[in-house]
Design a protein around this ligand. Structure first.
Ligand code: KG4
Ligand code: ZN
Length: 334
């Protein structure tokens, strides 16, 4: 079979990224331009600033990606773009770019779901094996997904309120660390002790999650400590918070693995970069004889390599869009 080269485009939040992946598994070149430095001063992503930065960056990023690959746009088989969910202005920049390139170079246009992309970040580590359970943990999503074949997704449960990454970032703000709080809490938790008592959220038999109660508990605890004139121990709070997150994520995920008699687990999304979460799942999977894959740290957070890998399977599945494709900020995974 002829080699298939997919150009992936990702711009759903605050990363502008292009990547070329061969046959769904072989990464040829990836460029990620992150806007974290811009948004840091506001304590989170400012949508209008994000879309303007995408417009400014996008032509440089695509040029660098093609240069690094030594491939021209004519040699690309198809163009895959993350068209939702995400920030509408940010998505629009990537989608318009993809449509323009597809039109000019007469290439098929492949619409990719951003979360499906996060799942396929694992495919660049090891070819996915089915059936599998994917735990998606990102800044905007917390979901348990069942897959029995490529590009086929069944949502088993999700968060009823905040996403886990959002909760990490909020806790980061409470303890006074820069945005995004997730990676800093990860480091603090490695040296902290679980000395603060926090509630285990939605401790039931469903596959759903809830993080707003945990977030409020951390905020209240911090206020109480300040009112009593006591200094907050950041490391201990980070560790106490993360332990509760790990307990709820592992409990619900291992429950789904048993119920669906699945032997493969993958983690996906920015929070899948977390050391404590990875270690906990590794230990449990080894004990229970479950095969597991985690995304590489650099491709746990947003990138276009995952969109290009995922786009390959969407392409094989015949999922081709026409030039009326529009971004969808609340796109469902199906
Ligand atoms: O997947 P992603 O790049 O964007 C979305 O699609 O939402 O995830 C970003 C999220 C942020 O909330 C960030 O704090 C979190 O991933 N994150 C982490 C770590 N690295 C990134 N959370 C916990 N531990 C980490 N090491
Ligand atoms: Zn993402």
């Amino acid at each position: 079979m002829k080699d298939i080269y997919i150009l992936g485009i990702e711009s759903s939040c605050d990363e502008t990224s292009f990547s070329i992946v061969k046959n769904g598994i072989e990464e040829i070149s990836t460029v990620i331009s992150s806007q974290i430095a811009i948004h840091k001063q506001y304590g989170g992503v400012v949508p209008e600033i994000a879309s303007r930065a995408h417009i400014k960056n996008i032509t440089f990023v695509i040029e660098e990606c093609l240069d690094k690959a030594g491939i021209t746009l004519n040699e690309i088989t198809a163009i895959a773009v993350a068209y939702g969910p995400g920030l509408i202005g940010s998505l629009l920049v990537g989608v318009e770019c993809a449509k323009t390139l597809a039109f000019l170079y007469h290439k098929p246009l492949i619409p990719v779901h951003h979360i499906a992309g996060h799942i396929y970040a694992n495919n660049l580590v090891k070819r996915l094996e089915f059936p599998l359970i994917a735990l998606v943990i990102s800044g905007g999503h917390t979901e348990l997904i069942y897959m029995d074949k490529d590009y086929s997704f069944r949502k088993l449960g999700s968060t009823l309120d905040d996403a886990v990454g959002e909760c990490y970032d909020k806790v980061g703000r409470v303890i006074g660390v820069e945005y995004p709080g997730g990676p800093v809490i990860d480091k603090l938790a490695q040296i902290g002790k679980p000395n603060y008592k926090l509630p285990l959220p939605l401790n039931d038999d469903s596959y759903n999650f809830s993080f707003s109660g945990l977030k409020s508990a951390v905020i209240n605890l911090a206020h109480n400590e300040y009112q009593k004139g006591r200094e907050l121990n950041k490391e201990d709070l980070a560790k106490s918070f993360q332990d509760v997150v790990i307990e709820t994520l592992t409990k619900k995920t291992m429950h789904a693995i048993k119920d669906y008699k699945v032997k493969n687990l993958i983690l996906a999304g920015g929070v899948a970069a977390n050391t404590g979460i990875r270690n906990a799942f590794q230990e449990l999977c080894e004990k229970e004889n479950i095969s597991y894959t985690f995304p590489s740290i650099k491709y746990a957070t947003d990138n276009a390599a995952m969109i290009a890998s995922c786009g390959y399977y969407a392409y094989l599945d015949g999922r081709i869009a026409d030039l009326t494709l529009n971004p969808e900020s609340s796109l469902e995974l199906k």
